[in-house]
Structures are given as structure tokens and as C-alpha cells.
Design a protein around this ligand. Structure first.
Ligand code: PHE
Length: 331
């Protein structure tokens, strides 16, 4: 009975101690064998009782060894790491919100016949400024602070994707209906509201008899597709390459789902610039300005993303913080 108590109260985590315990009880010269030897000398009338006790003890020792060995194996694995586990979980990336929204906007305009045009990020003066009715010394050049790579002749980082439209106009005949998404650069201080790198999508439509009414209908169609039922207004504005020019505002009202919106309260929010292509631009690219007219529009993608997803700091787009990016995972 005393031995049985000893067995059941024994506990050890170290392999060596467990082994010592095993030798003491079930080793060749261990307690159990010794007891079996004694068993032969036990008088017959006590044999049954004695035998049962030895068997109980034997089973207890076996059970104890089993539990201790398992426990120590588990402890070892936790210490060294489980080698049977599957490899590192490889997390899948997600599309950047800028790409998601750029694709969405492109889809909307593709559905009404716009094609996508591409152009270089490093530009010359002609395509970024002069051809767009912004000759040298034009005060409106200051509207877009420029990163210059070389001076005389000027090589620069494009300040807008209107440069792509000039390239396209130089090489194609009307009717022209293109969209130019891409990265643009401006020498501006970085803050929550502005960045020196951002993305634009510009649109251009040149054909016979294109009017301001066509422009307005197209923009209305676009905002309805992107934001849902929406109210827009156009304010007179100025761009050297369009005449007349306008700024488009969309009415951002409160509704039950979004009344926590971060974007300053409600009201009219500016989303893009637009206007009728200035005849001087068409002449610069040898298109007959008496025969053809057209409209153009341009918007910053970051601004639209921030509106759609209630984001309040433009710098988040370039931080590459996975906590932000993961929220745009789609299944
Ligand atoms: N290029 C203008 C800008 O970057 C936007 C614009 C495009 C305005 C087309 C009117 C027409 O500010």
C-alpha cells in the first residue's frame, strides 16, 4: 500500500528522473521483480491477496510511466517547436485601394466607349505644358509646382496626365475617346491633404459637334455609377487648356449608414476639373478646330478613394502599412 501511494504521487518532468523511477520499479532488479520473487515464498492462503496487490502496483507503475512520458514529450515539443506543424502561413496580398478605384473608374468609362491610353512619367516641356496652351512664362504654370530633371531643354516629371492626351492627339484622328490614368508629380509639401506623388485619371473626347451638354451628361452618368444616385453642380473655373472650364462638385449628404463620415461634414465636395478643349490645343496638334470640338476632364484618384472609404490622410496610400492594405482584401 505504501508503494502504491508512492507511485501515484510521483511526478517528474525530467527524462532522467522518469528513467530512474522506471528502473526503481520495473528494472531487472527493481521492486516489482523483487516482489514477484517474494511471491513464491508467500504461504498459499495469502497468495491471492498478495498477487492482486502486486498486479495493481504493476499496472499503476505502467500507467504512471505512460502519462509522464507523454507529458515530457509535449513539454519538449513546446520548447523546441512542433516539427510536425505545417509551414509558415503565406498571407496573400491584396489590391491597393488606388488600383481598385482606378479600375472601377476605368470600367465605368469603358462601358461608354472610352479606351485607355498610356504615356511616360518623364516628360518634355511641350507635352506637359506648351502644347496644352501653357507657353513659357505663362503665369498658370505656377498652378502646378514642377520637379525638373533638366533645364534647357526642360525635362520634367509630368504634373498631370494631360500630357498623355497630347501624345495621343498627335498620333490619332478624331473621333477620339480616351482615358489616361497614371502617376503624377508635384513639388508640394507632404501633408494629410496633399502629396508630391499622386494619381490622376483624365478623359478626352474629340468629335464633331461635341457640346458642354455632352460633358455634363457624361459626368453625371459617371458620378451616379460610382457613388450611387448623386447630385452634381459645375462651378466656373480656369484651366489654360479648356474654355470654358468648370469644377465639378458632388453633393455629399448625410445618410443613416455614413453619418460618422470623417470628410468635413456634408455639402458640396469638389471631385474634378473639366471643360471644353481650347481650340488652341487642337491647333497645336494639327486637328481642324473648325470641324472638331471636344471636352476633357481630370480627377485625382486619391481624393475619390478617400471619399469612398472615409479615409482622412493621403499619406496612408504610400506607407505600405499592411493593417491598412488588408482592409481591402476581397474574396
Ligand atoms: N489637368 C488638370 C489638372 O491636373 C485637370 C483637368 C483636366 C482640368 C482636364 C480640365 C480638363 O489640374
Amino acid at each position: 500500500d505504501a508503494l502504491l501511494a508512492e507511485v501515484s504521487s510521483f511526478n517528474a518532468a525530467e527524462k532522467e528522473e522518469i528513467e530512474k523511477f522506471r528502473i526503481r520499479f520495473s528494472g531487472k532488479k527493481g521492486i516489482l521483480n523483487e516482489l514477484f520473487d517474494q511471491f513464491k515464498q508467500v504461504p498459499n492462503d495469502q497468495k491471492k491477496d498478495f498477487g492482486q496487490k502486486i498486479n495493481t502496483l504493476k499496472q499503476a507503475v505502467a500507467a504512471k510511466l505512460e502519462t509522464l512520458k507523454n507529458a515530457s514529450a509535449v513539454a519538449e515539443v513546446t520548447e523546441k517547436g512542433d516539427l510536425t506543424k505545417p509551414g509558415f502561413p503565406l498571407t496573400l496580398g491584396s489590391r491597393h485601394p488606388i488600383s481598385l478605384v482606378k479600375n472601377r473608374i476605368t470600367e465605368i468609362f469603358k462601358s461608354i466607349g472610352f479606351a485607355v491610353a498610356d504615356g511616360p512619367e518623364i516628360e518634355d516641356d511641350w507635352h506637359n505644358f506648351s502644347a496644352l496652351n501653357l507657353p513659357e512664362y505663362h503665369p498658370a504654370r505656377d498652378m502646378q509646382d514642377t520637379f525638373f530633371i533638366e533645364k534647357n531643354p526642360d525635362v520634367l516629371l509630368r504634373t498631370h496626365t494631360s500630357s498623355v492626351q497630347i501624345r495621343y492627339l498627335e498620333n490619332n484622328e478624331p473621333p477620339i475617346r480616351i482615358l489616361s490614368p497614371g502617376r503624377v508629380f508635384r513639388n508640394e509639401a507632404i501633408s494629410a491633404r496633399s502629396h508630391c506623388i499622386f494619381h490622376q485619371i483624365e478623359g478626352l473626347y474629340i468629335d464633331e459637334n461635341v457640346s458642354f451638354a455632352d460633358l455634363k451628361q457624361t459626368i453625371q452618368y459617371f458620378t451616379t455609377e460610382l457613388f450611387g444616385k448623386s447630385k452634381i453642380r459645375m462651378r466656373p473655373s480656369y484651366f489654360p487648356f479648356t474654355e470654358p472650364s468648370a469644377e465639378v462638385d458632388v453633393y455629399w449628404g448625410l445618410n443613416s449608414e455614413t453619418d460618422y463620415r470623417i470628410t468635413k461634414g456634408t455639402g458640396w465636395l469638389e471631385i474634378m476639373g473639366c471643360g471644353m478643349v481650347d481650340p488652341a490645343v487642337l491647333q497645336n496638334v494639327n486637328i481642324d478646330a473648325d470641324k472638331y470640338s471636344g471636352y476633357a476632364f481630370g480627377m485625382g484618384i486619391e481624393r475619390i478613394v478617400m471619399l469612398l472609404y472615409q479615409m482622412n490622410d493621403i499619406r496612408m496610400f504610400f506607407d505600405n502599412d499592411v493593417r491598412m492594405l488588408e482592409q481591402f482584401k476581397t474574396s
